[in-house]
Design a protein around this ligand. Structure first.
Ligand code: DAH
Length: 338
């Protein structure tokens, strides 16, 4: 029976045919092809039923009605799937501006560290990095601070075992460099230092220092003054004044602390400089002959100057930041300003 073959063909291809539609228009086209009132394939077959022998009519009619129902259901399902897709598309407004991704920045401490390095590299200084875990010998003894030296008290330290500690200053790198090389030396050493300080607005148990050292024949205090004056003018501007104030460090003699005229009030007195007009920024001095003796240099032949500065302090002064803790909290509202 020819009609049975046609029904079979339609049955086997129905699903595939309907699912091949890619647009709403294609679905409509398939609907007309199958169920169109005049020339739809299923409609035409239904119209042929009265021509069949009486006994076959119920069976063929049944099959065709089932096929028609299935086609209608499949077409409806397919149509709904398009509608869902349309809804998703409507929610995405492709004309809206995109989100700007967060781009990382250099931490303000590293920005200032880079500036410090650039200034000294420009003067012919070399950048040297030393270990953060130090021996008592390098951190204290070689720097003229023997076991019961009172200066050790100032630096409550984090000990790892009885002879190793987290360095309290970057000064030990001076010793390591002098042990390994001969003058002339011009070096700076940036890095982290650790002290058991209680945390407050100006103290944090971890902080950065930059150590500096120059050793040669005929180095005088004038070289120290000239170098640090150049540094301050580069860092804080040419109008900044310097004051060398006599001080004491076990590894330098004579020693001086360097103050700069207050960058906020220019020296007339304000809350940042506690009405003094001056801000302390670093320690310095001429290398003590005892230190030279420890590394085997002849103090009669060589002289040197050294200095050490706290990077957080310099950064705070430069940008008017009043709390050191801000550098370690990773708050993007703070960091994104630099
Ligand atoms: N290391 C000293 C400190 O932590 C800073 C310092 C002072 C370093 C004088 C020096 C120097 O090299 O000559 O306080």
């Amino acid at each position: 029976m020819q009609i049975m073959e046609k029904i079979k063909n339609l049955e086997t291809n129905l699903k595939e045919r309907i699912n091949s539609a890619k647009t709403k228009e294609e679905i409509e086209k398939i609907r007309i092809e199958l169920l169109g009132r005049k020339r739809g394939e299923i409609t035409l077959l239904l119209k042929k039923i009265p021509e069949l022998p009486l006994k076959d009519r119920p069976r063929v009619g049944n099959l065709l009605n089932k096929l028609k129902k299935e086609a209608e259901q499949l077409l409806q399902k397919k149509e709904e799937s398009f509608k869902k897709g349309e809804k998703v598309l409507k929610k995405i407004d492709i004309t809206l501006p995109g989100k700007i991704p967060l781009i990382g920045k250099v931490h303000p401490i590293n920005q200032v560290l880079n500036e410090i390095k650039d200034i000294f590299i420009g003067l012919g200084f070399e950048v040297v990095v030393g270990p953060e875990i130090e021996t008592e010998y390098y951190n204290f003894e070689a720097l003229n601070m023997p076991k019961y030296h009172p200066a050790r008290d100032e630096q409550d330290s984090f000990y790892i075992d009885s002879t190793h500690l987290l360095r309290t200053q970057t000064s030990p790198v001076q010793i390591r460099v002098m042990e390994k090389s001969q003058p002339p030396i011009r070096m700076i050493s940036p890095g982290l230092c650790y002290r058991r300080d209680a945390i407050d607005a100006s103290h944090f148990p971890v902080f950065h220092q930059v150590e500096g050292l120059a050793v040669d024949k005929n180095i005088t205090f004038a070289d120290l003054k000239g170098t640090l004056t150049y540094f301050v003018h580069q860092m804080f501007g040419k109008n900044t004044r310097l004051r060398f104030r006599p001080s004491y460090f076990p590894f330098t003699e004579p020693s001086a602390e360097v103050d700069i005229s207050c960058i906020i009030c220019g020296g007339s007195g304000c809350s940042v400089c506690s009405n003094k007009g001056w801000l302390e920024i670093l320690g310095s001095g001429m290398v003590d002959p005892e230190v030279f003796k420890k590394v085997g240099y002849d103090p009669e032949k060589y002289q040197g100057f050294a200095f050490g500065m706290g990077v957080e302090r310099i950064c705070m002064l430069k940008y008017g930041i009043d709390d050191i803790r801000l550098f370690f909290q990773n708050d993007l509202r703070f960091l994104s300003q630099f």
